[in-house]
Write a protein that binds this ligand. Sequence first.
Ligand code: ZN
Length: 383
Amino acid sequence: MADAAPRKGRMPGFRLFRIAGIQIQIDFSWFIIFFLLLWSLSAGYFPHAFPRESEWVYWGAGLAATILFFVSVLIHELAHSLVAQHHGLSIPSITLFVFGGVSQLSEEAKDPASELKIAIAGPLSSIALAGIFYGLKLLASGSPHRIIGAVLGYLALINGALAVFNLIPGFPLDGGRVLRAYYWKKKGSFSKATRLASDIGKAVAVLLIIFGGLEVLAGGLISGLWLVFIGIFLRSVAQSGYQDVILRGLLNSTRVSDIMVLDVIKVPPGLSLDRLARDYFLHYGYKGFPVFDDETPIGLVSLADIRGIPEGVLPARTVREVMTPLNDQIVISPDIPLSQALPRMRQDGRLLVMAGGRFLGLITKTGLMRFLEVKRVLGENGQ
Ligand code: ZN
């Protein structure tokens, strides 16, 4: 069972309760694994391992083991989440779903050391749970109800398996995150470390798919398909996780001043709108222009500002009447990272870059997208 967590992205689901401010919820897909596990324990594992008990005992034991297993998964996720919270990250929710649990992380860890601690907390909690359940099993060994020992033994085993599986060093598994933290620390590059960890993660996923296929051929239909589905899931998370990280890394490491256009086409405020349309919008093909009174920026005029104005009226009206006057909404500082600039770009996607009342340049959404595209292509060339 994978937990592939913590990771970014929201999952819908039933809301259960909150722990330490974290919303615990259940995805609909979780019911599949819940009933599958309940059934395989109650109708398969327990009757096989402990014959001559009643159906009630098997299903009671199955239900207890299934519920405690999911409590264990939840504790594993909580361990990730609480350590993440301790390192200043916010965790809006934890979702249990068909492949286990996932903690929703608002952002990536800030440094390798906190990444390592957040990643390792999950497997450590699973190992601790395995130890606790094993200890309880030993305590229960004198009990006449051998099924209690069986449930505890199963929980010790499954928590141990959860820890081992999640320590496989392929992103997005916890072990992949540990590996990423190690390389991040060693090479100093978060994106290179993510690339390595997600490449290994994809290889692990392919191996799971192959093993699953072989298992199906060998007659283990459900367990084989299970491995195949987990493999497919892990592969897609490894892929998209890497792309997310690259994009976010770029947006965080690039500043407004790095992509701003210095040589901008300025529009005078007294210009009539028909000339604005003809000599600027149609001529240059841009969707917006900064408005300058001599050398002083006074606003931004965009195509949206003249939309809906009847053609006959355009010559009688000026840019000044329709432009967005200079205000905090359309101005940005040069040293702000693109990750903060992007959400601020409105539909016409333009911001004036200014510092200390001085105009420096212009950033556009189109320019930003082009920048990301170029970086992506260069990145594929291994630069
Ligand atoms: Zn985990």
